[in-house]
Design a protein around this ligand. Structure first.
Ligand code: ASP
Length: 589
């Protein structure tokens, strides 16, 4: 037996017991006549002690050869510590050792295995197995496991069955690029890795499984952003014989139970707002509603007063930043520079100081009386002391820019409290989205999402106005999940593919399997998928999903530890019937 206890287990109740411990050497303190070794494992740290009077010379000799991260086994007796450390569970005891064996030695690690390490991101990723020994990383992985367990239990209790779907599949059109896998046995043919198990979970409903879930890896070959990973995990679900309300209820309850059990946070019903309303009030389909600063549209109040910059614009819209009337000119100028950066791309920003004494001072005093400005302030529900920030331009563009500014002001004002949770449902998304580049409509969610029955007659005449039975769960400004009630009728699915510009042959070749299945008694069905990595990180008060993934990819989509993606040998390429010019630029890999 390697050990009798873990390094987090022993306390005053064990005093006098003989124990065997194993673990990694965290620190060694050598005072000559007495030595302490902190022994670490996943469970904690236990202090080992050697002293001249009671410990043999051989053990001292072995101990003096130890280095950080050596793997050792120590046997000894649990003693009460003289100076106790009440910060750790084992802080009241130490183990006086009478046997010490080195199970494996270790090179000096390239960074310290401490909560605050000296290792930079790149180095820690390269030696991720050492990084995982550090508490902050280890604890996040444990936290992830706990959330996964709770999700599994909740859904199982609700009657959902976990079913695995294949990883080598055919393209699923979810809007991103597929990762492709060449087939050795079928020259020139490829599998795709699933962007989600969408079509399979629908087929499981046709198969009568009624309620399905899976905590599942999905793959999307997208340009990477800071919080995106090319492979990520979803809590994927589907239910038969349900309407939107049924799906929302189950997943609202799941979210509530996670918030309650994990964060002790109780929330009544989640607000529901339509996509149109979300865009109008927050300029964003995943609004952070932990704080106010809602949009106020000022076209009526601000246009036709001689201020040309506003007059010709589609939308004039503003927010009131609480308590910011005290901003200096310099601070305001900086804010203007911030919105003019290419990332935001605004032309400028009109400001109004609603001073504590009730007076109003603005950058456009030439054009507007204080009565005019007061009307703006009223529309924004502003209070004396607030700074009104107003933008104008094309509706969609301006809303997006003001939304960025709203989030930035919330950050500066510390209004994005990670310990507060404000979930909501955004419903009634448009079915389609016009894409200027390809000059055609795309499915906003995916092509299997059903249109609202009352909008069906507009499908061919005014496709842009058709609303979908689609919904998103938003938490603290992040999209946590999205889903829809599906099409389950072949004719309608076929109409949808027509709209999306598929020829009958293309639709049949790519989705024939699904449309055929719809002809064999497909039940009405719908579902949702939660982004598991993001859910876990938000529940833990962080927005960095990478920290919650054991072996994440970096911003360039690389795993720097195993150094992949990497080149293949000419033989491998030939076997896969691939021609790659190896003189291309990949040589350095
Ligand atoms: N497959 C969808 C997604 O990955 C979720 C769903 O519609 O259930 O976003």
């Amino acid at each position: 037996m390697y050990r009798t206890h873990t390094n987090g287990a022993l306390n005053q109740n064990n005093i006098g017991e003989s124990v065997t411990l194993v673990g990694w050497v965290q620190t060694i303190r050598d005072k000559g006549f007495v030595m302490w070794i902190d022994l670490r494992d996943r469970y904690g740290i236990t202090q080992l002690v050697l002293d001249e009077e009671r410990t043999s010379k051989e053990i001292f000799e072995t101990a003096r050869k130890l280095g950080r991260e050596f793997v050792i086994q120590a046997k000894g007796t649990v003693l009460e510590r003289e100076s106790k450390n009440n910060k750790i569970p084992t802080g009241a005891i130490e183990v006086l050792i009478d046997s010490l064996e080195v199970l494996n030695d270790s090179k000096l690690p390239p960074f310290t295995i401490e909560n605050d390490t000296d290792g930079g991101e790149e180095l820690r990723m390269q030696f991720r197995y050492l990084d995982i020994r550090r508490n902050p990383v280890k604890n996040k992985l444990i936290f992830r496991h706990q959330v996964a367990q709770k999700v599994r239990n909740f859904l199982s209790d609700e009657g959902f069955i976990e079913i695995e779907t294949p990883v080598l599949i055919k393209s699923t059109p979810e809007g991103a690029r597929d990762f492709l896998v060449p087939s050795r046995m079928n020259p020139g043919q490829f599998y795709a890795l699933p962007q989600s198990p969408q079509t399979f979970k629908q087929l499981l409903m046709v198969g009568g499984m009624d309620k399905y879930f899976q905590i599942v890896k999905c793959f999307r070959d997208e340009d990477l952003r800071a919080d995106r990973q090319p492979e990520f995990t979803q809590i994927d679900c589907e239910m038969a014989f349900v309407e939107q309300e049924d799906v929302l209820n189950v997943f609202e309850n799941l979210t509530k139970s996670l918030l309650k059990e994990i964060k002790g946070f109780e929330i009544e019903e989640f607000p529901r707002i339509t996509y149109t309303e979300a865009m109008r009030r927050f300029g964003n389909d995943k609004p952070d509603i932990r704080f106010g600063m809602e949009f106020a549209e000022l076209n009526v109040e601000a246009q036709g007063k001689g201020f040309k910059v506003f007059d010709s614009q589609e939308l004039v819209v503003g927010i009131a930043a609480p308590g910011c009337a005290s901003y200096t000119r310099k601070e305001i100028d900086k804010l203007i520079d911030w919105v003019k950066r290419p990332q935001i791309g605004a032309n400028g920003l009109v400001w109004v100081k609603y001073n504590e004494d009730g007076t109003l001072k603005s950058s456009v005093d030439k054009f507007y009386s204080s009565g005019d400005l007061q009307a703006w302030a009223d529309k924004m529900d502003a209070k004396p002391g607030d700074l009104l920030l107003v933008m104008a331009g094309d509706k969609n563009v301006t809303r997006k820019q003001l939304s960025e500014l709203r989030m930035e002001m919330a950050k500066r004002l510390d209004l994005r409290n990670p310990e507060e949770f404000a979930p909501l449902w955004v419903v009634d998304f448009p079915l389609l989205e016009w894409d200027d580049e390809t000059n055609r409509y795309h499915a906003m969610h995916h092509p299997f999402t059903s249109p609202k029955p009352e909008d069906l007659d507009k499908l061919e005449t005014a496709p842009g106005e058709v609303r979908a039975n689609a919904y998103d769960l938003v938490l603290n400004g992040n999209e946590i999940g999205g889903g829809s009630i599906r099409i389950f009728n072949r004719a309608l699915q076929s109409r949808m593919f027509d709209l999306l510009g598929f020829t009958k042959e293309e639709a049949q070749a790519q989705f024939g399997f699904l449309m055929n299945a719809f002809e064999y008694g497909a039940p009405p069905h719908g579902g949702i998928a939660f982004g598991f990595d993001r859910l876990v990180s938000i529940l833990d008060g962080s927005e960095t999903i990478r920290d919650y993934i054991a072996f994440p990819k970096n911003n360039a989509g690389r795993d720097v530890m195993i150094n992949t993606p990497s080149s293949l040998s000419q033989d491998q390429l030939e076997e896969l019937h691939l021609k790659v010019d190896l003189n291309d630029k990949n040589e350095e890999d």
